[in-house]
Design a protein around this ligand. Structure first.
Ligand code: MN
Length: 314
């Protein structure tokens, strides 16, 4: 029987489980987390992180996850290397071993909850310690792991954090501001305060997890009197380029999740993350109960979810 084996993080296994929701089997083998039977394939995920695909469609089914997992039979091929705008904003080749302030944002794709942006300073002598604490690409960590790491991290390194609450976000958005510009304003601000915090120390550089081309980023900031420009570098997948971006991402995610829990408490039940159908259903529930204006405090109301939710109430 054809089969493929992948190695996946707990977060990806959770994602797989919800992906195969309608094909889940009642019987799960010992040590198994779930077993699902989509067409032509049996998928079994184990607590060890191994995911086994068996059957005629094993390979094609496993391939759907190849970007998020490691094929256990062969070493992971780097499918896409980190990218940056090139030129003066490209990080130097030795950046991973330098003392860097990294910045990253969270919550931009979630209908409910704020946008959070963090900047973290990692002195090169702290790099081994951070690795020891488990700081790595937050996409490979569950929210529980993130919060455990963040709780230690915030006592170990200097950082700066900004929360853009929904009411303020919606106000800025209504005034015509794009989400890209909001991100730029917040990154600039959080980098400024991180620089202030570590004074008189100066970092070797600042690395922004790239969400826009450097030219676009600085254009967003053209009306600002204080723009952090000196030694600023951009790279996509910044978490893999310097651990300071991974640290910033963990802190931003931690703040987002905590805020999200507060909002869930305020509305009286667990709000869903992301911007999928579940979100529409819950938003509709809130609209029915409190009216559409209620969402202004809890959601990014320009997302298509608002319209979809209103339709659901009819
Ligand atoms: Mn990012």
């Amino acid at each position: 029987m054809p089969q493929s084996v992948l190695k996946a993080s707990p977060a990806i296994i959770n994602k797989m489980k919800s992906h195969y929701q309608s094909h889940l089997q009642e019987k799960v083998p010992p040590g198994g987390l779930f077993c699902a039977k989509p067409a032509g394939c049996t998928v079994t995920a184990y607590a060890s992180g191994k995911v086994l695909f068996q059957g005629s469609a094993a390979e094609s089914e496993a391939n759907k996850w190849s970007n998020e997992t490691i094929a256990s039979t062969k070493p992971k091929q780097s499918t896409s290397a980190p990218k940056n705008g090139g030129g003066i904003y490209s990080p130097p080749n030795n950046i991973a071993s330098l003392s860097i302030i990294g910045s990253d944002e969270v919550g931009t794709g979630d209908y409910f909850g704020p946008m959070t942006v963090a900047a973290a300073y990692v002195d090169k002598k702290n790099i081994p310690l951070l690795k020891e604490l488990g700081v790595k690409d937050s996409k490979n960590l569950t929210d529980q792991q993130i919060s455990a790491i963040a709780k230690e991290l915030i006592h170990v390194i200097p950082y700066s954090l900004l929360l853009l609450h929904n009411e303020k976000y919606n106000k800025m958005q209504k005034s015509g501001m794009s989400q890209g510009k909001m991100k730029a304003l917040l990154h600039n601000k959080v980098l400024f305060s991180a620089l202030e915090k570590i004074k008189p120390t100066e970092p070797d550089g600042l690395l922004i997890d790239q969400f826009a081309q450097p030219g676009v980023y600085f254009n967003y900031l053209k009306d600002k009197t204080t723009v952090i420009r000196k030694n600023v570098f951009f790279s996509t997948k910044g978490e893999q380029v310097h651990i300071a971006v991974a640290a910033a991402s963990i802190i931003a995610r931690y703040a987002f999740v905590r805020e999200f829990e507060k909002l869930s408490e305020a509305v009286g039940f667990t709000l869903p993350k992301g911007a999928g159908n579940k979100v529409d259903v819950i938003a509709a529930k809130l609209i029915k109960k409190y009216g559409v204006d209620y969402l202004n405090k809890y959601a990014k109301i320009h997302f298509a979810n608002t319209e979809k939710a209103i339709k659901l109430t009819r």
